[in-house]
Design a binder for this molecule. Structure first.
Ligand SMILES: Cc1ncc(C[n+]2csc(CCOP(=O)(O)OP(=O)(O)O)c2C)c(N)n1
Ligand SMILES: [Mg+2]
Length: 456
């Protein structure tokens, strides 16, 4: 099967390196991390750290250095503060220009069938967003959040991972689940909160989760997923697994303490985690200019000792390449990697928002018209002879019908029994919970007309 792309990583296998050798210790079996001496690894895990000597050494001439813990520091006679503004902003890695033409030969090769599946999943994601958004407006579901403008981030990043990698999402990444095989029916069941929803209808719509797909359940509390992902990555490393974690978060997520604590923890513990920031310019109505004065998110990586890259989030090939390489480094070198993907939230924050109240319509239109990630990837595919207008029409019609069918089935399905509200937390429910259950049962029996869809 032919492959596209210029970085010669011989095959997908080289992108996803194999397990390093085993390390046996006290009867337990672990993997040493590639590039790390097993003894050192074990002592880092179980031993205490000795401080370096705090002595300064003259190395002759006029240069003097301080032998400080963490590394030698040069002295300078200059009274000079570091500038808060870099001379030049960190550049943004891109492979495709706005018209879908290749502008770089530095990207990870991509199988033709994978490339076509990526495009189909992006179109499906757009279709899901359009129809579920309308369903919310019709009052059929209570809430929805679209990924509009971030389709490449969703699908291309997912395509660069393996199913063994664990995903800790924010809430704008349903495309990652879609890529992993979570079906349209699963999406619809969750949004309608019916009895076959994985979460038993207890979550708001668009708060997906799936054990089967190694996808942790969405929590709306911004950024709480970031420390979880770092901790889980550390445990993967301890178990010597050939896998990493990836966590997605928005620019708004980086304004929390959780982000900073997690980034530092990941650096110090050398956890194999990809910290993927979707910098889409807005945190609901708060623009990034009100959130930080640094050159975006990418510079925080260096500040914390984490390898990082800024990438064009509307360029599927750039996102794919960056995540593929980040994954390889995270696992084989046992290190965190920070990716800042520049994009734009081209839809409202959610169905609870009207973004025309706080940002100019022209801004939204400019991004939609010139930076649409799906249109750009399509142009590239067409240039490669992998897609045509005929395929486009057929596939869009097909996707629309599939989504509509899934909605119809989900909507007709019974809701979970009301007593499920009280299950799965306590082995033996406490008395106050049992009282509440009895009270709810009485209420429903007395006012059946108000609860037509619910049964105990
Ligand atoms: C801890 C916490 N604070 C505030 C909120 C309210 N809130 C929900 S989404 C959001 C904005 C998040 O923006 P960003 O991280 O940039 O993600 P985006 O919506 O742009 O994808 C806020 C403030 C919340 N859910 N949790
Ligand atoms: Mg944002």
């Amino acid at each position: 099967m032919a492959s596209l792309g210029m970085i010669n990583l011989s095959s997908w296998g080289s992108c996803f390196s194999q397990n390093p050798p085993f390390l046996h210790e006290n009867g337990t079996t672990r993997h040493a991390v590639s590039g790390t001496d097993p003894t050192l690894f074990a002592s880092r895990r179980f031993g205490s750290v000795k401080a370096d000597k705090l002595d300064s050494v003259n190395i002759g001439g006029d240069s003097q250095v301080l032998n400080f813990p963490g590394g030698v520091v040069k002295f300078t006679p200059e009274l000079k503060f570091l500038s808060e503004i870099p001379e030049e902003r960190i550049q943004c890695y891109r492979v495709l220009d706005d018209s879908g033409q290749l502008v770089s030969s530095n990207f990870v090769q991509i199988d033709r069938e994978i490339a076509v599946k990526m495009y189909k999943d992006m179109v499906t994601l757009q279709t899901v967003d359009t129809i579920f958004y309308e369903a919310q407006r019709q009052g059929r579901i209570s809430f929805y959040v679209t990924t509009t403008g971030e389709e490449a981030i969703n699908i291309a990043s997912a395509a660069a991972l393996t199913m063994d990698d664990f995903v800790f999402p924010q809430y704008r990444e349903v495309g990652v689940l879609l890529w992993r095989g979570f079906g349209l029916q699963d999406i619809a069941n969750q949004c309608f909160g019916n009895k076959v929803d994985n979460g038993k209808g207890r979550q708001m719509p668009a708060h997906y989760g799936s054990n089967k797909h190694n996808y942790f359940t969405v929590a709306s509390t911004v950024a709480t997923q970031i420390p979880h992902a770092v901790g889980a990555a550390y445990s993967l490393k301890m178990d010597g697994r050939d896998a990493c974690t990836i966590t997605y978060f928005g620019d708004g997520g980086t304004s929390t303490g959780d982000f900073h604590a997690a980034l530092n923890f990941a650096a110090v513990m050398e956890a194999p985690v990809i910290l993927f920031c979707r910098n889409n310019g807005w945190a609901i109505s708060t623009p990034i200019s009100d959130q930080f004065r640094s050159d975006g998110i990418v510079v925080r990586g260096q500040a914390y000792g984490v390898r990082s890259i800024r990438v064009d989030g509307n360029d599927a090939l750039a996102v794919f390449s960056a995540v593929c390489m980040a994954r390889k480094m995270a696992i084989s070198e046992s290190r965190p990697v920070l990716i800042e993907a520049l994009t734009y939230r081209a839809g409202h924050h959610s169905t609870s928002d009207d973004s025309s109240k706080y940002r100019p319509i022209e801004e939204i239109e400019w991004w939609r018209a010139t930076q649409d990630p799906v249109a750009r990837f399509r142009k590239w595919l067409e240039g490669e002879g992998l897609w045509t207008s005929q395929f486009e029409k057929e596939f869009r019609d097909f996707a629309r019908q599939e989504v509509l069918n899934a909605i119809q089935v989900a909507e007709k399905m019974e809701k979970p029994g009301l007593r499920e509200i009280f299950t799965d937390v306590y082995d033996v429910p406490p008395s106050n919970l049992r009282d509440q259950e009895r009270s709810l049962r009485r209420n429903v029996e007395r006012h059946q007309q108000d609860y037509p869809h619910f049964q105990f």
